[in-house]
Design a protein around this ligand. Structure first.
Ligand code: FO1
Length: 317
């Protein structure tokens, strides 16, 4: 079993590479739910939907989120009636949130909803929410505290960030099966997701880091920071706000208590010694996923690095 810690768009694209090189049914994706929030009286789960719909082949590949070819008739009418339209939910996208909300109201868990959506959409990768409790990510700014999606989408990430808060994380616990998947994993891969608000909420769950320290599986991460910046999204101001250098070295520091290898982009090759000085191995490759082949190549580089460690530790055993 290959376990991947995943956020949204970058992680979904990485998983599109991974499913090309290993059987999808051997992959478990533990997905961030810190972006989840209520809107239109619906439970919106952006990262779960991005990963599920990408692997189902129905994602809007240009945006990285939403359903390909979707329409916005409902959103237009919601606006006409005085509802919020800042979060661009298409008509088909809304069906996911309507059905999820209906099931959650009957006591079905987020994990069970994820399973049902995967079966309905033909996704054989095991997609697990990091927790079945709500653990919303809040961004603390000079203008006040906002849910991540309000900060990032509604307010266009224009506020000065002072800090980040995973609300209720201390009282939450990983979804059933998450810690077991980490303990039983052959390999653990951290996808190129925002280290603060995509991977961070997963790591903050009680028992999660302990499980990463205890597992015998090699742990490899792909840096989402290339040339001192993320490819997209608000990782830079968020990393600065939590005191991490906005670089592959900053990512290595963030994961150094459990990470074996960091995969970095060729433009960051000069950072290899600084990362190795942290006791973390480095693989330098092309990490920009411009094509399907590039996604597979990146996934292969991460998997090869993990298995190289795995075989070494097996031979040392
Ligand atoms: N991101 C935006 O920047 N603008 C949007 O209007 C938007 C709508 C949206 C709808 C469904 C969905 O699953 C994701 C959506 N996203 C949108 C992406 C989302 O804000 C973030 O990219 C993820 O939460 C971060 O991984």
């Amino acid at each position: 079993m290959i376990v991947t810690l995943a956020g949204g768009v970058g992680a979904a694209r990485f998983l599109e590479g991974l499913v090309q090189i290993v059987p999808p049914a051997t992959i478990t994706a533990i997905v961030n739910t810190g972006d989840d929030f209520q809107l239109h009286g619906l439970y919106i789960a952006p990262d779960l939907d991005i990963v599920t719909c990408t692997l189902a082949g129905v994602i809007d590949a240009t945006q990285g989120w939403g359903i390909a070819g979707d329409t916005t008739a409902c959103l237009e009418w919601l606006g006409r009636l005085g509802g919020p339209t800042w979060f661009r939910l298409g008509d088909r996208d809304l069906a996911l949130h309507i059905q999820r909300t209906a099931w959650l109201r009957t006591g079905v868990t987020l994990s069970q909803v994820a399973d049902r959506f995967c079966r309905a959409l033909g996704v054989t990768v095991k997609i697990m929410p990091m927790s079945d409790q709500t653990v919303p990510t809040h961004i603390i700014t000079t203008a006040g505290e906002f849910h991540f999606e309000e900060y990032f989408v509604q307010r266009q990430a224009t506020d000065e960030v002072l800090g980040v808060r995973f609300v209720g994380s201390e009282q939450a616990h990983p979804a059933s099966g998450v810690l077991e998947a980490i303990a039983a994993a052959e390999v653990i891969l951290l996808a190129p997701s925002n280290p603060v608000v995509s991977i961070g909420p997963i790591l903050a769950l009680p028992g999660l880091r302990t499980a990463l320290h205890a597992t015998s599986a090699p742990i490899v991460a792909v840096s989402p920071i290339v040339g001192g910046a993320p490819l997209k999204g608000p990782a830079a101001p968020l990393m600065r706000a939590v005191g991490w250098e906005v670089s592959a070295v900053g990512v290595a520091h963030a994961y150094r208590d459990f990470l074996n290898v960091l995969v970095i982009d060729q433009v960051d090759a000069a950072l290899k010694p600084a990362i190795e000085a942290l006791g973390i191995g480095v693989v330098v490759t092309d990490t920009i996923m411009r094509s399907s082949a590039a996604k597979a190549q990146l996934a292969q580089a991460a998997l090869t690095a993990a298995r190289a460690i795995g075989s070494v530790s097996a031979s040392l055993a």
